[in-house]
Design a binder for this molecule. Structure first.
Ligand SMILES: [Cu+2]
Length: 105
């Protein structure tokens, strides 16, 4: 029984880092689009604690069709992973929706 548990733990220890290493740790990403390219979007993003400070830089996107929906000046939300400078699940955030979010805090 103990041997089974040890084997199981060793097996899980192998599995978890393997999946985590691919994309790295995920972070919530918010920023303002400054430029939309063919396969990337340039964003003036806010601080991403533990990953990057605020800056303007280009990012690839998980689904290219979002590039036809965003435009310069849009506020967006997405998820970014440390080993992969790609924005996942990009959402345009209406500027008006920002206010109630702040009021909650
Ligand atoms: Cu950056």
């Amino acid at each position: 029984m103990t041997r089974f548990v040890v084997t199981l733990i060793a097996f899980l220890a192998l599995l978890i880092p393997a999946s985590a290493q691919q994309k790295g740790k995920g972070h919530k990403f918010t920023g303002k689009v400054t430029e939309v390219g063919k396969d990337a979007v340039t964003v003036n993003h806010g601080d991403i604690p533990g990953f990057m400070g605020p800056m303007t830089m280009p990012y690839k996107v998980d689904k290219v069709d979002i590039l036809s929906k965003v435009k310069a000046g849009d506020q967006i939300e997405a998820t970014v992973y440390e080993n992969d400078y790609t924005l996942y699940e990009v959402k345009v955030v209406p500027a008006a929706a920002k206010a109630p979010e702040k009021a909650k805090k």
